[in-house]
Design a protein around this ligand. Structure first.
Ligand code: MG
Length: 317
């Protein structure tokens, strides 16, 4: 979840366009027109179009209206009803101007209309505008969920993901573990080395945690100032404690000098772990509170260590 690819100097993101038309000649014309600027995918009928959308997640679909079996309207309705594909921009391509059809298309969620035979200049301009809009929207959505300083998820993303992981684990009767982490004596670090070095330290620590916690459904987020939090679905207390210990060890191995730490010559981190097999009627706040309690004990017992506890789902009954 790092945002390097969005930082200036990185390669510009190339838009992905899916061309859908039952006539090969139409696809050929558009392909020729657009291939230099975009990654192009093609589909010959409605079902194939839906399948391709799920597979390649295009930014834009140029969708022919008049097709046998599943027409363009049906395909658009399908794409807009599926959470996996609803963000894709749809431009209808129609054989002739028909106001009623345009109205229907916009009502279904299309962003524009193009008429055949296509005018290359107008078509290119319209597509360029829509692609730019789509990529900007994607970027804003991403930035809104990323911590700008460290590049890991921010608190907002954590708050969105936790309920999802919670319900998923409740449904599957699987354990859910979280790790709350806090850099030891970070205030002393900032006082000693300054806030710029403090920021560098936060970035290095975040990156290290992110490297350690790397399964697809895990999440690492910045929880607050020098606090980070990990969500580990399908992970029990033993597994979570193991990961937390790996994080604690990896931070020491970074060897970031900290002359004003009272426990080490280097920056260290403490971790509180809590685990539960969630029930729907329990609040996930309990899990965070317990991790916080464990983190407090870890600090109290000398820092640079992991403490964890298991929450019984029957606790509140
Ligand atoms: Mg057609």
């Amino acid at each position: 979840m790092f945002i390097d690819k969005y930082i200036s100097g990185a390669e510009p993101v190339r838009g992905k366009i899916l061309l859908v038309d039952d006539q090969v000649v139409n696809i050929k014309i558009l392909h020729q027109l657009l291939q230099d600027d975009y990654d192009i995918y093609m589909a010959r009928d409605g079902n194939q179009a839906i399948e391709m959308c799920k597979k390649v997640n295009p930014d834009l679909v140029l969708l022919d209206i008049e097709m046998p079996i599943l027409n363009g309207f049906d395909v658009c309705a399908h794409l807009k009803n599926d959470p996996d594909t609803q963000e894709v921009a749809v431009i209808f391509v129609s054989g002739h101007f028909d106001e009623d059809k345009e109205v229907r298309g916009f009502q279904l969620g299309a962003v524009d209309f193009i008429h055949k035979p296509i005018n290359p200049v107008i078509t290119k301009a319209r597509i360029k505008n829509q692609i730019r809009l789509k990529l900007n929207t994607d970027l804003l959505r991403t930035i809104a969920l990323i911590d700008g300083l460290t590049g890991v998820a921010n608190r907002r993303q954590f708050e969105q993901v936790l309920p999802v992981s919670w319900s998923q684990c409740a449904r599957e009767k699987q354990p859910l573990t979280i790790i709350l982490l806090d850099i030891d004596f970070f205030k002393h670090f900032n006082d000693t080395y300054g806030h710029t070095e403090g920021d560098v330290c936060l970035r290095l620590v975040a990156q290290k945690i992110n490297d350690t916690v790397n399964r697809p459904y895990d999440l690492v987020a910045r929880f607050g100032g020098e606090e980070f939090i990990c969500i580990l679905p399908n992970t029990d207390l033993i597994g979570g404690t193991y990961v937390a210990q790996q994080i604690v060890d990896s931070i020491v191995s970074l060897k970031i000098p900290h002359i004003n730490s009272s426990i080490s010559a280097f920056v260290t981190i403490s971790a509180g772990v809590s685990s539960v097999v969630p029930e729907y009627d329990m609040s996930s706040t309990t899990l965070i509170e317990e991790a916080d309690k464990q983190l407090y004990i870890a600090k109290d017992r000398g820092r640079n260590r992991v403490l964890g506890s298991q929450i019984q789902a029957t606790l509140n009954e």
